[in-house]
Structure formats: C-alpha cells, structure tokens
Design a protein around this ligand. Structure first.
Ligand SMILES: [Zn+2]
Length: 147
C-alpha cells in the first residue's frame, strides 16, 4: 500500500477539508494543507501551485449537509491550472480519481467547464458525465480498502 492510500484512509472521517500533494508514485508528500474553519476551500500560493505540476493532489470533502459528492468546478480549475497529473477526492469510503492521460492539450476544457457550470442546476451526476465526455480524461471511483 502506498503512503497515498494510507493517507486517504485517514481522510474518510475528516471534519475539515484536507489536501495532500504527492509525488506521482504516491510515496512522497510534497506538502499538505487544510481549510480554515468553516470555509471548505483550500487555496494554494503561487509557489505551491508550481509544486503541484505533474503531481497528484488528493483531498477530502468532509461529510456535511452541503458537501459536493464529486469534484467541484473549483477542483477542476485547480486540476488544469496547476497542471496536476491526477486529482483525487475522498468522499466517505469512496475515492474518485480524475487523471489527465497526457495525450492532448487539455486546457481548452477550462472555458467549456466554466460555461457548463454557469448552467442552472448542474447536478453531481451531470458533472461526472461532463468530465467523462473528454477522451483525454479518465474518471474512476473505487472504495477505500479497510484492511
Ligand atoms: Zn474538492
């Protein structure tokens, strides 16, 4: 089991949102952050954004009434603008993974994403469907092993 997988196990019961940036092999933590009380959004400095490039970000959406079960537009914006290799979301015992397969220029997705999010009533399932419509992206979910 990688350090990434071990860390995600500890995130299942997060009360505050946490984020960890890992090396692509999942065995080195480059840095980590948590949200400020009551604000479920983690902001990165310019330096931290540079550290994200080509690496893996995992984060939690604590189990509150208003928590988004899938990636938010903020998450997806971070994914593209920080040039992450992979973004992961721990939501209860499920981990969602969005990987850029690297075979295309994915940046044009940002304006499309913004247009998509402006539409009223964007549901969590339509967000997943939107992400799956890009062949350069791979969206998967799996349950976190308890052992
Ligand atoms: Zn998020």
């Amino acid at each position: 089991m990688t350090l990434l997988e071990q860390t995600e196990k500890t995130m299942i019961t997060d009360i505050r949102e946490r984020a960890f940036i890992f090396s692509p092999d999942g065995n080195t933590i480059l840095f980590n952050k948590e949200d400020y009380e009551g604000v479920q959004k983690i902001l990165f400095s310019e330096e931290e954004r540079k550290l994200c490039e080509g690496n893996v970000l995992t984060h939690s959406h604590p189990n509150t009434e208003f928590a988004f079960r899938t990636f938010t537009n903020f998450d997806i914006n971070t994914f593209f603008s920080c040039k992450l290799r992979e973004i992961r979301l721990v939501r209860g015992p499920i981990v969602l993974s969005l990987i850029h397969k690297g075979s295309c220029n994915h940046y044009p997705i940002l304006p499309e994403l913004n247009k998509f999010m402006e539409k009223k009533g964007v549901s969590e399932s339509s967000m997943d469907e939107f992400l799956r419509s890009f062949p350069c992206l791979s969206l998967t979910s799996q349950s976190i092993e308890k052992k």
